[in-house]
Ligand binder design. Structure first.
Ligand code: SAM
Length: 266
């Protein structure tokens, strides 16, 4: 089909169904261009290797369901490795509870915040999806499950600072920006570490909607502490003097992960 024919067909469809325009505007390429205009010197975050961040290579086990909406083994390994020398953890976005479950193997003081089942049903989300929330994390009675929409949750009333915070709730620009602002205003002390899931669709493809929200929410004087953890979908805010790499895609691999899989019934 010629470009002109495609343009005509697209215009006809958009006139019939104007909400189709959102698909164009939400397209990652469009968001990337938009991002590049505001942050021409920060098109991707500098990359940190696990070894540089942790002072050693990864060597740990993670529990994962390996189902839709889940994380990469390296995403969970990042949280678990970071939690080894931390005492408190706060997370936005529980879903089945895999992230907090793994962190709680090292940290006793763990909080996870999610929409209540009723609110998910009110949004007309799949009832089975609502039902399955916390199916893993609720098996650990020491994990504190908070039920609220982050839009209305009173972060200040918690009156607590956390060593490690994981932001993994609603991934729209507005909500990542909102959640990040609330976390930075209320939950951090000088040495806190913050991890965002879905900074990237995969370790080689930045998700510009989330990236821009992070940069717009984190005070600009703190941008120098933001990195992409190599081989993960995660961005991290961490203070330290690190040697970084420039993001490249396609990437010449410099890590080979050995993953041994043991299946247990649940
Ligand atoms: C990607 S999942 C979290 C996955 C989990 N952190 C893990 O790695 O195992 C995102 C979760 O955010 C929750 N969520 C979405 N919007 C929210 C909001 N406004 N407030 C609180 N939770 C929200 C969803 O119900 C969903 O459980």
């Amino acid at each position: 089909m010629s470009k002109l024919k495609k343009l005509l067909k697209a215009s006809q469809n958009i006139i019939k169904e104007p909400s189709l325009l959102n698909h164009v505007l939400n397209e990652n390429l469009v968001r990337e261009q938009d991002h590049g205009q505001k942050y021409p010197n920060l098109k991707t975050l500098p990359q940190l290797s696990f070894h540089e961040l942790l002072g050693q290579n990864l060597d740990l086990e993670v529990d994962l369901f390996v189902l839709d909406g889940g994380s990469l083994p390296t995403d969970i390994a990042l949280l678990k490795a970071l939690s080894q020398n931390k005492k408190s953890y706060f997370e936005i976005g529980t879903w089945r509870g895999e992230s907090v479950w793994n962190v709680a193997k090292h940290i006793d003081d763990c909080y996870t915040l999610n929409l209540s089942k009723q609110e998910m049903l009110d949004f007309r989300w799949n009832p089975r999806y609502a039902e399955l929330h916390g199916i893993l994390s609720k098996k650990n009675p020491s994990i504190k499950h908070l039920e609220s929409n982050t839009k209305t949750f009173d972060f200040k009333a918690l009156n607590k600072k956390f060593d490690l915070v994981f932001i993994d709730g609603d991934h729209s620009y507005e909500m990542v920006k909102h959640d990040t602002e609330k976390v930075f205003q209320n939950l951090l002390h000088d040495e806190s570490v913050v991890v965002w899931h879905d900074y990237a669709f995969n370790p080689e493809k930045v998700r510009y909607e989330v990236f821009k929200a992070i940069l717009d929410a984190v005070p600009s004087e703190l941008h120098k502490h933001l990195y992409h953890v190599e081989n993960t979908m995660c961005a991290i805010f961490v203070k330290g003097d690190f040697k970084t790499k420039v993001f490249e895609s396609p990437k010449t691999p410099d890590n080979l992960f050995q993953i041994s899989i043991k299946q247990n019934s649940f």
